[in-house]
Each structure stands twice: as C-alpha cells, then as structure tokens.
Design a protein. Structure first.
Length: 81
C-alpha cells in the first residue's frame, strides 16, 4: 500500500468522518472502499461499452441467440446425465 495526500474541504472531511464512524472504519478505509467501487464501476462500464460495440460474426448474423443457446443446451451431455 502506498501513502498519498489529498486536499478536502472541511465540511466534506466532517461528513467523511461521520460516515466512517457510523461504519466503524477509518476515513482512509472509507476512501479506499469508495475509490475501489468507483474503479470497478468504471471498468464494468468500459466492458459493457466494449460489448455493446461488438458486432456478430458474419456466420452468426442470421442466428437467433435464444434459439442457438436452447439448441446447445438440448445437446449437452452434462444437462442430460
């Protein structure tokens, strides 16, 4: 872990202290959790954006996804044993 310093307005720091106290954690831990959650959300949003931009392969252009999955499942050995 690396130490860093940030500048925060006094009223914001007071709010952070109050929330951290209610959660029974340090202000530093609250900030770490919040930053971690935001990083995760950003990465997730980036992945969703990437997937949304994807286009199907030409060989699957006319394939209905639900029918395709249903067909795969009907032939699965694991599901029928």
């Amino acid at each position: 872990m690396q130490r860093t310093q940030i500048y925060i307005e006094t009223d914001m720091l007071d709010d952070l202290r109050q929330i951290a106290r209610q959660m029974n954690i340090s202000v530093s831990e609250f900030i770490r959790r919040t930053v971690r959650r935001e990083i995760h959300r950003h990465k997730k949003d980036s992945l969703i954006d990437y997937i949304d931009r994807m286009e199907p392969l030409e060989s699957f252009a006319d394939v209905d996804p639900e029918t395709y999955v249903r067909d795969l499942r009907s032939r699965s050995r694991l599901l029928h044993e």
